[in-house]
Design a protein around this ligand. Structure first.
Ligand SMILES: C[S@@+](CC[C@H](N)C(=O)[O-])C[C@H]1O[C@@H](n2cnc3c(N)ncnc32)[C@H](O)[C@@H]1O
Length: 322
């Protein structure tokens, strides 16, 4: 796991109750299998959680790996994989800081994972990392949506489930805030579990959804070196221009040159995708991260001049390896 603060929602009791209480049901693997077949292998699912649709895709023999920020979700995925006799490679990292050795032809996120990234700055970092892990001819498929407000009458109403062994569980939306200017809705969800033995556990968690207009998402992707090639409704029909519940396909922009895209929001100085640069000020980015990226991109980190007193003055000289 990278050194950044991981998102906390899908941990502990929520990871335990996620599968039996999920409102949207198990994602159909079919559209993802079709995507990988069309776009190519290897593939990577970001936010693979407990393994839907990743395990079904692996069971079909597709070369697809997973990545997730939650160790608890990945632990459940590994148990399922073992029980089903499916071999799978998964990485523990946030999307926005991922540094994997492999590059991929196909990268995808099921709904609502991209909308869990809390703001545009984090989303830009995620898109930049996605681009850095794509093969030159690769394709990205991202499902996006905008949440409805929870109806007043639904606040306080539990969605229950009883397991075969008599455990009672529920999730209840208890309050909600909506910030339209920043396209953020936070619903506080109460998860409850009463085991057959009568033990009770309760957790309240803020579930944050950050949404996009199609134009806003396109602009953010372009800043990260990705071009939107197609936008469709979830059923595959053409998407209306104002639709926010969409599936977006993206490709790397071959004309993108990285330095102008450095995004400084959130206080982080980003030496965004350093390929092509001779010298990079990496500022607040940890040296180890810059070096790992350089290596992953096949660059030799020749001169490193690390100024511990003033990290923004530090320099790293990169050259293509012979
Ligand atoms: C709604 S769940 C979907 C999981 C999976 N598709 C499934 O059905 O089992 C979203 C997943 O995204 C992960 N996630 C959220 N934010 C993330 C981030 N910034 N980086 C990596 N994973 C993240 C969560 O840990 C969670 O497992």
């Amino acid at each position: 796991m990278d050194g950044q603060e991981p998102p906390q929602f899908y941990t502990g009791l929520v990871a335990e109750l996620y599968a039996p209480l999920r409102a949207a049901g198990v994602p159909d693997p079919e559209p993802y299998a079709a995507f990988i077949t069309a776009s190519g292998e290897p593939a990577l699912e970001l936010g693979c959680g407990q393994g839907d649709p990743l395990l079904a895709l692996r069971a079909r023999g597709l070369d697809v790996e997973g990545l997730d920020a939650s160790a608890d979700m990945l632990a459940r995925l590994r148990l399922r994989a073992e029980a089903d006799g499916v071999e799978v490679v998964v990485h523990h990292s946030t999307i926005e800081a991922m540094e994997l050795r492999r590059h991929y032809q196909s990268i995808f996120l099921t709904r609502p994972t991209f909308n869990l990234l809390p703001d545009d700055d984090t989303a830009w970092h995620a898109l930049e990392r996605i681009r850095a892990h794509l093969e030159p001819g690769g394709t990205v498929r991202i499902a996006l949506f905008a949440p409805e407000r929870t109806e007043r009458g639904a606040l306080g109403t539990a969605r229950p489930h009883i397991t075969d062994d008599g455990a009672e569980m529920s999730v209840t939306p208890v309050s909600e805030t909506r910030d339209v200017a920043n396209r953020v809705q936070i619903t506080t969800l109460r998860y409850e579990l009463r085991t057959a033995e009568g033990d009770v556990r309760v957790e309240e968690r803020p579930w944050l959804i950050h949404w996009y207009t199609q134009d806003g998402f396109r602009a953010l992707a372009e800043e990260a070196g990705l071009r939107v090639s197609e936008v469709r409704a979830p059923d595959g029909s053409p998407a209306a221009p104002e639709a926010t519940d969409v599936v977006v396909w993206l490709e790397p922009d071959p004309t993108w040159d990285q330095p102008r895209a450095a995004r400084t929001g959130g206080g982080a100085v980003v030496a965004a995708a350093m390929l092509g640069l001779e010298q990079v000020v990496f500022g607040e980015r940890p040296k180890v991260q810059v070096v790992a990226e350089a290596e992953a991109d096949g660059l030799d980190h020749g001169d490193i001049d690390l100024d511990l007193d003033d990290p923004a003055q530090s320099r790293i000289t990169l050259a293509a390896e012979d």
